[in-house]
Design a protein around this ligand. Sequence first.
Ligand code: GDP
Ligand code: GDP
Length: 458
Amino acid sequence: MSFTLAIVGRPNVGKSTLFNRLVGKKLALVDDQPGVTRDLREGEGRIADLRFTVIDSAGLEEATDDSLQGRMRRLTERAVEMADVCLFMIDARAGVLPADEVFADILRKKNANVILAANKGEGKAADATILEAYALGLGEPIRMSAEHGEGMGELMDVLRPIYDAHEEKAAADAPEVDVDVGEDDEDAPRIPTRAKPLQIAVVGRPNAGKSTLINKIIGEERLLTGPEAGITRDAISVQQDWGGVPMRIFDTAGMRRKAKVQEKLEKLSVSDGLRAVKFAEVVVVLLDVEIPFEQQDLRIADLAEREGRAVVVAVNKWDVEDEKQTKLKELRESFERLLPQLRGAPLVTVSAKTGKGLDRLQQAIMRAHEVWNRRISTAHLNRWLTGMLEQHPPPAPGGKRIKMRYMTQVKTRPPAFVVMTSHPDLMPESYKRYLINGLRVDFDMPGTPIRLYLRDQG
Ligand code: GDP
Ligand code: GDP
């Protein structure tokens, strides 16, 4: 499946205009392809060297009946499900309207990868909307004019890392699918051998020490190739060998410095982090030992888990801590209590200032990344499942016995498993947790979210 961008937003914001610009020609109104609703238009889009499928969810202007909202919602949800990334467009001249909030809500609920675009951005009238748009909580808006072709470079910058991550994933998944392809098949997809840098994001509250940490990593290796501003409009990243491993580090602190020009944007650090999390494979949640596990830390750690990223928690400024043993115990307890969803994730103490503990941090990152990519054989899994069922049989709610027959891993990055089961809807959460925790312990998978899906075996 090629990389797919969906353009969503309320009527008249300029979705079709952007669609036409990306696709480069006026298409017939409706492309009646199977699997695509008649209201969704599909075309082959490009910006510079990026080629992708574009879905336009426009075409609702004519509908005037009460069902408009419902249709719009369904159509948008549909587009979101088909897409790798959604471009959510608002009208910069009109401001942020209640209808826009409805869309933002859908996108958040669907956990979509979102690029926020304020269209009709030519001229001063758009300034106020740009500021307002931050309140949607979807990151920094791209100011564009679809009609005049402005903002396309910025769109490309934001799109590229998401696009690259998709291509990389497609390449990583390819060997599984293509094992049977004959050797002399010239059309067989080639698997790139070039090692891509491991993508990490360092996130945390202001003053946790993110800049100090990144500078230390860069300084110690003295192999600075960045900083490359403009990887995305607001994510500044450096590519850097760390312990001999190529890594790309997203610097959220740098993003904040950039935003300082507009002091109004204090809320930004959260949405910065949000965007960095989406680009990253491993998220380092950096805590300040003097104020660990603040609301903001918890929110971003939770977000990283929900986004399916590998997570390493690093406690910084360890050099100022006198009662190291006691403190460590305390930290581990808080961690378990406040972030149960990240159970087993590594907790590393560091001093960004002195450099102490950075080698352990690097190892924890590597290991979390390895686990995140882990694949377990079906035979192995099923032997394990049998043991788990014997040790602690599933419950029989209302006298109905839940039977589990077969388990397989369907995905990596993060690892996801499917269990064929009777009455999946009756399965208590606690039993799912028992299995997930079992997987984590028995297959030694710390620091990665684990997804477990139940499928009805009929
Ligand atoms: P859709 O309903 O979201 O697909 O919106 P359209 O693409 O049909 O655009 C709605 C109206 O906005 C049309 O009259 C466009 O010409 C106009 N429009 C689109 N993009 C821009 C822009 O960047 N600037 C201005 N001023 N008008 C635009
Ligand atoms: P950021 O906002 O997360 O990028 O934080 P900075 O890197 O700007 O650091 C905030 C403050 O904490 C600065 O005064 C740093 O010197 C200090 N700091 C950072 N790391 C350490 C550390 O490991 N130990 C100590 N004692 N101070 C640190």
